[in-house]
Design a protein around this ligand. Structure first.
Ligand SMILES: Nc1ncnc2c1ncn2[C@@H]1O[C@H](COP(=O)(O)OP(=O)(O)O)[C@@H](O)[C@H]1O
Ligand SMILES: [Mg+2]
Length: 223
């Protein structure tokens, strides 16, 4: 397993004749089994940073290094491979596919990573059991509560055993009690799997339970 590292990440958004420099030189590193909490006010650039780390978006300057390769410079099949095999993403709003049931949603990343349906299904069931959703395999997202959807989204992010997990306020839209339950679960699963975890959160108590925490302020990470 490899470290995930960012070196001098700069990201700008151009809107008309205005340029918004959201990230102004972000450095970070997370080892396998380590977790980094990223805190920061709304609009600080936390989601932007996760998108760069996961290869969903490309920095204007700097590097994202994983397994000896620069994710930011990867193209086509190599980038798809990184995204499909190496990264699990938990979004703030689950992004589950509405027309598929819980089991199918969770199987999806494993199928994209080239697993057989049988192996994907077994692993999906195992994880759905693990997040307390083994009794809701046939429910579509529309028929699940907010907390249940986030549990399914967590199972989906971990199904293909990615070495890197990126989570964007995964419990931000849950009530405090449900949020705490889902956080416990999520941290436990990542610890056991030895993933390199980057977690964006507003919750300092949660952040304090991770191996490291940093604040995104004016485009830079401060510890
Ligand atoms: N695609 C985009 N185009 C233009 N501006 C964007 C884009 N994505 C994000 N921004 C701006 O960049 C800033 C940081 O956004 P974001 O990373 O979503 O912040 P956070 O997740 O910390 O709330 C915000 O001011 C936002 O409006
Ligand atoms: Mg955000």
């Amino acid at each position: 397993m490899s470290d995930l590292r960012a070196l001098g990440l700069v990201k700008r958004f151009v809107l008309g004749d205005e340029t918004l420099e959201v990230l102004r030189g972000v450095d970070l590193s997370v080892r396998p089994g380590e977790s980094l909490a990223v805190l920061g006010v709304s609009g600080a650039g936390k989601s932007t940073l996760l998108h760069l780390l996961g290869g969903i978006d490309t920095p204007d300057e700097g590097q994202v290094l994983f397994g000896g390769a620069d994710v930011a410079r990867m193209k086509g099949p190599e980038k798809a491979r990184f995204r499909n095999h190496s990264v699990g993403f938990v979004f703030q709003f689950h992004h589950l596919l509405p027309e598929f049931d819980a089991e199918e949603n969770v199987m999806m990343p494993a199928l994209l990573a080239g697993w057989t349906r049988r192996r994907a299904r077994e692993r999906a069931r195992e994880l759905l059991d693990g997040v307390g959703m083994g009794h809701r395999l046939r429910h579509n997202p529309g028929k699940l509560s907010g907390g249940e959807r986030q549990r399914v989204a967590i199972a989906r992010a971990l199904v293909h055993a990615p070495p890197v997990v990126l989570a964007d306020e995964p419990t931000g839209n849950l009530d405090p009690h449900t949020a705490e339950e889902v956080e416990e679960l999520f941290l436990g699963l990542n610890q056991r799997a030895g993933t390199a975890l980057v977690l964006v959160t507003h919750n300092e108590n949660l952040a304090n339970r991770l191996s490291k925490k940093a604040f995104l302020v004016e485009g830079r990470l401060e510890s």
